[in-house]
Write a protein that binds this ligand. Sequence first.
Ligand code: GLY
Ligand code: MN
Ligand code: MN
Length: 455
Amino acid sequence: MRLFTLSLEQIFSNHFAVQLQLAESLLAEHSLEQLIIFSGSQKTLFRDDHHFPFVANPYFRRWLPLSQHANCALLIRPGQKPQLYYFNPADLWHLSAGNPEGFWVDCVEIIEIETLQQIGSDLLQPERIAFIGEEAALAQQWGITQINPKPLLAALDWAAGVKTDYELECLREANCVAAEGHLAAAEAFAEGYSEFGINLSYLAATGQRESQLPYGNIVALNEHAAILHYQQQSQQRPEKSYSFLLDAGAQVQGYAADISRSYVAAGARKHTPAGALYAELIEAMEQVQLQLCQQAVAGQCFVALNQRCHQQLAEILARFDLVRLTPDEIVAQGITRTFMPHGLGHLLGTLVHDAGGLQADSQGTLLAPPAEYPMLRLTRILQPGMVVTIEPGLYFIEPLLAQLAASPQGHAVNWPKLDKLRCYGGIRIEDNIHVLADGIENLTRDAFADLDQAS
Ligand code: GLY
Ligand code: MN
Ligand code: MN
């Protein structure tokens, strides 16, 4: 596994200084005195006393790598060192948080607490404090009235679109961890494992528990690959193996990787025309995906890139004789949307779908996606330092195909050919791209290349 190549202390303290400067200028702009960011409370199951897995809120994780620390609060007071209320009570039942240590500790003044009341009683003039977190009732108990002020969140979401060196390093590392999992999962697929078994191989290779992952792995064999966020993992090996789609990430210091790969089963490829066709479609989609990645440079409008993706998808549908119209006609008639109902990509950071992708400015003016592509989550012009996913797809989704068949466009589809592909589910290829002023850094391909070199 790749280790951080830069000194984390140095790049983290620069990152922290950037967050602090931003917060201080926003507080001044919004006539607020202080900001408190709460990591979050543990949620218990209804009528029981044990907890759902805890993940600190994404705003908190942008300041401190304490993803698993509930009940902590960071207090920003302009001109002073930020204070971290570090929840660390003695606990008979659970491992306590432990002594605060690591590359981040020098950036904050740490106040260890055993109860949350200690925070509330420390706060002076709570009406001048802004609170960020899910726990509005707790903030109200502390006398705070400015809870998740929209303009403040919009400004923070906007700024978070551009990553610091520290964040980029975390995202690189998350890609390296996830790439190890992807290689192990591909081997498990080749050996005929079930979805459940493939997922276990993934977890073992990444060394991450499911609760540490940034989202539930999508481990989809055969027709399950047509379900965009397929959430089950069957323990049965399918009778016949056609295909495998894996969309799985990893989390490092609270930052996410989000990677997808698609595979054809060796037997299907060798012995059936549909398997050979599906393999060719994967190759064609990979070429499209690589071209789109290269175009994710600074200044590129992501809406236009999404449009280009649909144009290229239409070319594939025409070239492989799946739809008997010209590519322009296929796009104009909205047929590509049947085969790729999701957007080309999104911002990536402490959230898999980082907030702020649909903003026109730091004030939060909505930059809505075009009516034809309502699922697009990113409409901004790309800037250096952004990290985005590029994830074109081509799926055979039963309800959408049924709608297409019943529509006037249905006659243009080569159904006998397409019907043979239904059991393959679909294709998604997804990389994480760091946008540069004059090019890109492909965090995902670099991670796979590192592993390739090491083996
Ligand atoms: N894994 C969710 C997504 O690709 O957006
Ligand atoms: Mn994604
Ligand atoms: Mn994904």
